[in-house]
Ligand binder design. Sequence first.
Ligand SMILES: C[S@@+](CC[C@H](N)C(=O)[O-])C[C@H]1O[C@@H](n2cnc3c(N)ncnc32)[C@H](O)[C@@H]1O
Length: 240
Amino acid sequence: MSFSNVYDDMERAEAYATLAFPGTYYLAYRDLPALIARYVTGREALDFGCGAGRSTRFLRDLGFNACGIDISRNMVQLAKSIDPSGTYQLVDDCDFSAFEPARFDLVLSAFAFDNIPGFAKRVELLSGLRRLLKSEGRIILLGSTPEIYTHEWASFSTKDFPENRFAKSGDMVRIVMKDVEDARPVVDLVWFHQDYVNLFAAAELDIVAQFTPLGREDEPHVWLTETSIAPWVIYVLSQR
Ligand SMILES: C[S@@+](CC[C@H](N)C(=O)[O-])C[C@H]1O[C@@H](n2cnc3c(N)ncnc32)[C@H](O)[C@@H]1O
C-alpha cells in the first residue's frame, strides 16, 4: 500500500476542521504558550502544515503575525472559510520560494511530520524551513511519539492495530480518532527519537530543548494512558 496524504480526502479534512483541542490534543498545546514565551523572540511566525488553521489561529491568539501553509488544497480552503481574515497559502511540496530567507522568528510544525514519508524528504523540508529562520529563530516541531500508536488514549484508539508494535521509523501505522465522526483509521508514519536526532543533524539543526508532556490527575479530562506515557513530543530547534 502506498502512502498518500490523508488530508487530501475532503471528508477527512472536514472532520479534522471541526477539532479544537479536545482530550489528548489538549496536552499537545497545553505547554506551547510557555515554551514559545521562553524560547522565541519576535512575532513573525510560519505555521508549516497548517491544515484547517487550528495551529495558525493558536499562534495568532498568542500575538504572532502568523501565516499558515499547506500542500492540501482542501485544508487551505477550509482554513480560509473558517477564518477569512487569516493568512493561509497553498504551497507545492518542499517549495518555500514564496518566502524570503531569514524572515521568521518561529516556524511551528504541529503534526505535519506525522505524514511526511522518508528521511530524505524530511531533511529537505527541515533544511528549507531552517533557511526561513532569522538567526535567532526557532523551529518548534510537535509530533506524535511512537507510543501513541501502541496504547489507548482519551482521544485515540489503536487496539485494532497490534502490528503497529513492529513499525520502524517511516513505517505506516494506524490510529482511530475518537473525537471526530469520521471513524476510519488515520494512516500516519511513525518516527522514533533517535531518527529525529539523525534528521535534525542532517538538516543542520540543533535541539535546544525537548518535551514530552504528561497529563495530570487534576485536569478535567478522563486520561487513559496520558498520565504515565507521553503521546506527543515537542522539539525546539535552532540553526546549527
Ligand atoms: C495533522 S494535520 C495538522 C494541522 C494543523 N497543524 C493542526 O495542528 O491542526 C497535518 C497537515 O500537514 C500537511 N502537510 C503534510 N505534508 C506537507 C508538506 N510537505 N508541506 C506542507 N504541508 C504538509 C497536511 O496536508 C495536513 O494538513
